[in-house]
Design a binder for this molecule. Sequence first.
Ligand SMILES: [Mg+2]
Length: 135
Amino acid sequence: MSERVETGLGVELGGINEFCALVNKESRARGWWEPMDNVLGGLVPDVREELFMPTVDAFTTQKIMLIVCELGEAVEAMRQDIYGLERKDTFEDELADALLRLFDLIGERGIDIEKQMAWKINYNRTREHMHGKSF
Ligand SMILES: [Mg+2]
């Protein structure tokens, strides 16, 4: 059980890190990380150390772009007025795809996202209105 993380919003975060780990476990069971594992496992020892992180970074970039693709699909569903729960290719379904891919990546990297989100919420409170931007 994860500890509760104070956000400063009157609610505490808890369980998101565990959920990300579970989503990653499910994703791994379905083979979504096999391409990266196969490349990393195929590196000869002479170059493994040199190419390990660049390889992880390249696959991470691919994962991030797939999240962006899911968000694009959400926009497209919205443009076509396709909404609804428990149906494929709806606005809600594409948002779920994007979040699941994001949670998978967070779980894979072992990021304490609860801690980071709480820190960011509080940091953002110190910034100027709309962070000085027009939108
Ligand atoms: Mg999708």
